[in-house]
Design a protein around this ligand. Structure first.
Ligand SMILES: [Zn+2]
Length: 67
């Protein structure tokens, strides 16, 4: 099956019986990322976790109770 990277629009060919191809077919909402973009995202995510800047403030997490 052909898949398009959600970030750079690169078209790649996946073997129909590969685990990733099956997952994409079962969950159409699941976006495909090519290896380069996937690695980039993963690096950024790790950076965020390490800096701790993207933690959800306690105040926002309790929004439902406050209203
Ligand atoms: Zn890409």
């Amino acid at each position: 099956m052909k898949v398009k990277c959600a970030l750079c629009d690169k078209i790649e060919e996946l073997p129909d019986d590969s685990p990733l191809a099956k997952r994409l077919r079962n969950r159409p909402i699941h976006t495909y990322l090519c290896k380069a973009c996937y690695d980039r995202i993963t690096e950024r995510t790790i950076e965020r976790l390490e800096t701790g800047k993207y933690r959800v403030p306690h105040r926002l997490r309790n929004t439902n109770e406050d209203w």
